[in-house]
Design a protein around this ligand. Structure first.
Ligand code: NAD
Length: 285
């Protein structure tokens, strides 16, 4: 069986079109959603991501404010800027591009973003709200993964979902969101025994490890939905996921490509969160 591709670019375009329509409706009420993105230093990958976010905002009619700071910025200066944006009523979402330079405490900076403007969904308050199923901003990558699974028409309810990886930004929240959808969830990580066997029993397999080719074809259950979160620069200089795509594509029913899978969806979900933030801050949601 040849798996059907879950086209992240096409689905992201659909999600961004939704965000654009919601933005247009807000603008009719005099509200222009605004996302502030702070970039500290010259990390080339971060520069690309930030440019992409500004472009996405433009496509959706969202105002973007990109604030570029030198590598030498102190933690105090960065915290002062976050404080200013937190107090600015015209700014609905604040995103600090990670990683930050080593001399800055990332946790202190994320904690300084008020939960109502934390459109990345990384702050402990949003994480806690997600855990108890209260309204919050869902972290963009896991929320994008769930949307991709749902786009297949496969019912998540009652399925065995296996998430490989337990990071705070991908693995753990992906597991929580799948649990919310009534999947039976297993989280695998670097200390897991019998990982291959567990993966082989997955109806839904989410790989967020950060190792090219980690998920081999024999780890994929025939007919599974495979979501590849990994982004790895291979020896060939190209981007690869965590899944051995060529092998898995013959086993899975649905699979995401890398690139063109989870990445574009992550960006699109950020637009949705920003529009939602603007609506909530104006008492409309
Ligand atoms: P991370 O390094 O924080 O976490 C990796 C996880 O993999 C850890 O929890 C670890 O326990 C697990 N792991 C490592 N070795 C393992 C092993 N041998 N067996 C089982 N588990 C193992 O990484 P992250 O931030 O969660 O990101 C994971 C991958 O997803 C990376 O490639 C990253 O670039 C990518 N990513 C993609 C997007 C996107 O938008 N597509 C967003 C975020 C992260």
């Amino acid at each position: 069986m040849q798996a059907k591709l879950i086209d992240g670019k096409a689905l992201a375009a659909q999600v961004k079109a939704e965000a654009a329509a919601e933005t247009a409706a807000l603008k009719k009420q005099g509200i222009t959603p605004c996302l502030a993105v702070i970039l500290v230093g010259e990390d080339p990958a971060s520069q690309v991501y930030v440019r992409g976010k500004a472009r996405d905002c433009g496509e959706c009619g969202i105002e973007s404010r990109v604030i570029r700071l030198p590598e030498s910025t102190t933690q105090q200066e960065l915290l002062a800027l976050v404080g200013q944006l937190a107090a600015d009523r015209a700014v609905n979402g604040i995103l600090v591009q990670l990683p930050l330079p080593g001399h800055i405490d990332e946790k202190a900076v994320i904690d300084a973003i008020p939960p109502e403007k934390d459109v990345d969904g990384f702050s402990p308050v949003n994480v806690g709200r997600m855990q108890v199923g209260e309204p919050c901003y869902l972290p963009c990558t896991p929320a994008g993964c769930v949307r991709m699974i749902e786009s297949t028409g496969v019912d998540i309810d009652g399925k065995h979902a296996v998430v490989i990886g337990r990071s705070n930004i991908v693995g753990k929240p992906a597991a929580i969101l799948l649990l919310e959808k009534n999947a039976t969830v297993t989280i695998c990580h670097s200390h897991t025994k019998n990982l291959q066997e567990i993966c082989r029993s997955a109806d839904i397999l989410v790989a967020a490890v950060g190792r090219q080719g980690f998920v081999t074809g024999d780890m994929v259950k025939p007919g599974a939905v495979v979501i590849d979160v990994g982004i790895n620069r291979g020896p060939d200089g190209k981007l690869h996921g965590d899944v051995d795509f060529d092998a898995a594509v013959d086993k899975a029913a649905y699979i995401t490509p890398v690139p063109g899978g989870v990445g574009p969806m992550t960006r699109a979900m950020l637009m949705k969160n920003t529009v939602q933030a603007a609506a909530r801050q104006n008492g409309l949601a």
